[in-house]
Write a protein that binds this ligand. Structure first.
Ligand code: SF4
Length: 495
């Protein structure tokens, strides 16, 4: 058993450093809520923290290197405060497991993607070990009791020895932190997880290994969470899953499909905008397209990753569609919603990608006319099927292709933004502009970034903004108040 007799100071300050996708941001919000309820104090300032927890991503090599670099720097600072704990959770923790402890590694504990509920306990065990080793004297021996944390019966199953503070693998206990505890920094805007994991096994991707197979949350639980959020003033929700279009396929017969879930969500009073990510093209259905077209609460922005414009590469990636099938779905989407903006994901330099394959990707991007794209240089991920292929596109060539694609997408994005100049758009105000605190920043239904002058009391509200100019990434406008018969229009006025 862990030695909990080591005295701890109280309160215990914990800083969460989050890397990667929206799933990790939500994990971080859920953990913040969970830790706060258990008596910890979550802080933004890592230098003031007694423990720093890394919520990690493994999708690319760069993401892992960033975490290790940052953890290394914090470890150096432990020369002055040796009692500070460094923990790691998320995809990297799941994939690397116990190898992140000991040797040159600086982490005190590791909690995999299915072990979030064990983090408070792992944290305390690590704090006790460090406090004892560092002979910390500023103490409050009653801290643990006051925190009220009971030893979990599952800990021994996960980490038979208290010396090995790690927990990875499947969640045998079925326990998990309560999603309703999530501490969201903006009460009017929320991510809500509808499923975890992925069963697609694209050849380059670690997610199925790091997060396990697709597991859908029961619809009642999701809808209850949405109602609670709406009741507390939330107006925009983004439903999250690695492949939301296959939501419910793992649930008992008769459970809601994704379009059915979305339709029920749209009926919840108070929720005004609904978004969802990610949509695997192979699974998008006609029902979903029809619902999106008829339901105005569903935003006119769809993340619809293509990954490559070459059928040969798509096959090697184990993507289960051809470019032609993808284009067919895009045609259906645009026919149903001419004002829909599409965003994609593309990887350049996949093993064996020739110049011809890359040209096919460029041509596809131009044809599909994406509003936005997330562009990545292929990096080999250990354990994936693609890692068995020769990573034969030189880094310089990957960089060149990436830059060429960036330039093309930059032009398309700018064109999209310019097309809104002269229109009035409904904008959800997200806060102050990061570059200029004197102006506000918000998003349109197309997820276009808008900056305009306005009173801070508008933050969290929808306002009509007349678009006046567009730079490559941002629209600039002026706020209009709707009065009487005035109406928003998404079409250009011809005055
Ligand atoms: S659909 Fe493919 S790329 Fe997306 S998470 Fe699943 S395996 Fe990874």
């Amino acid at each position: 058993m862990a030695d909990f007799s080591a005295p701890l100071k109280a309160p215990i300050y914990v800083c969460l450093l989050t890397y990667g996708c929206q799933m990790n941001i939500l994990d971080s919000q859920i953990l913040s809520g969970n830790l706060t309820r258990q008596g910890f104090v979550v802080v933004d300032d890592e230098t003031a923290a007694d423990a720093v927890l890394f919520i990690t991503c493994s999708v690319r090599d760069l993401a892992e290197r960033k975490v290790l670099g940052k953890a290394g720097k914090l470890n150096v600072k432990r020369n002055r405060r040796p009692e500070v704990v460094l923990g790691v959770t998320g995809c990297m923790a799941e994939l690397k497991g116990e190898s992140l402890l000991g040797g040159k590694n600086v982490f005190d504990f590791v909690a995999g993607t299915h072990k979030r509920h064990l983090i408070p306990e792992l944290l305390l065990r690590a704090l006790c070990k460090r406090a004892a080793a560092a002979e910390v004297t500023a103490v409050n021996a009653e801290a643990l009791e006051r925190l009220g944390i009971a030893l979990s019966p599952y800990m021994d199953e996960c980490a038979p020895s208290s010396e090995r503070l790690f927990a990875v693998g499947r969640n045998e206990s079925g326990e998990g932190p309560d999603e309703l505890e999530a501490m969201r920094p903006r009460p009017w805007q929320a991510f809500v997880e509808i499923m975890r994991g992925c069963s697609n096994f694209c050849s380059y991707c670690v997610v199925p290994y790091a997060r396990g197979p697709e597991v859908s949350r029961p619809a009642e639980e999701i809808l209850k969470e949405l109602e609670t959020l709406a009741g507390s003033g939330c107006v925009e929700v983004t439903l999250l899953g690695q492949n939301v279009n296959s939501y419910g396929k793992d649930l008992p017969k008769g459970s809601l499909s994704f379009p059915e879930l979305l339709e029920k969500a749209a009926k919840i009073e108070g929720l005004k905008w609904l978004r969802f990510v990610t949509s695997n093209p192979q699974d998008i259905s006609d029902d979903l397209i029809a619902l999106m077209a008829s339901e105005k609460k569903i935003c006119r922005y769809l993340h619809f990753p293509l990954q490559s414009g070459s059928n040969r590469i798509l096959k090697m990636m184990n993507r289960k569609y051809t470019l032609e099938q993808y284009l067919e779905k895009v045609a259906k989407l645009k026919a149903a919603m001419p004002d829909l903006w599409l965003a994609g994901d593309l990887i350049v330099g996949f093993p064996g990608e020739t110049l011809e394959d890359f040209q096919a990707t460029l041509a596809a991007v131009e044809k599909i006319d994406y509003a936005n794209n997330f562009l990545f240089k292929y990096s080999e991920r250990p354990g994936t099927a693609a890692a068995r292929l020769k990573d034969d596109v030189p880094l310089e060539e990957k960089k060149r292709r990436h830059a060429e694609l960036m330039a093309l997408q930059g032009r398309l994005t700018h064109e999209h933004l310019k097309s809104l100049v002269g229109t009035t758009q409904e904008v959800l105000v997200e806060g102050h502009s990061k570059r200029n605190r004197d102006v506000l920043q918000g998003r349109t239904t197309h997820y276009a970034n808008v900056v305009f002058e306005g009173d801070p009391s508008l933050i969290g509200k929808f306002v009509p903004v007349r678009m006046e100019s567009a730079t490559p990434l941002t629209l600039y406008g002026s706020c209009e108040r709707l009065t009487g018969e005035e109406k928003l229009t998404n079409e250009k006025e011809t005055s």
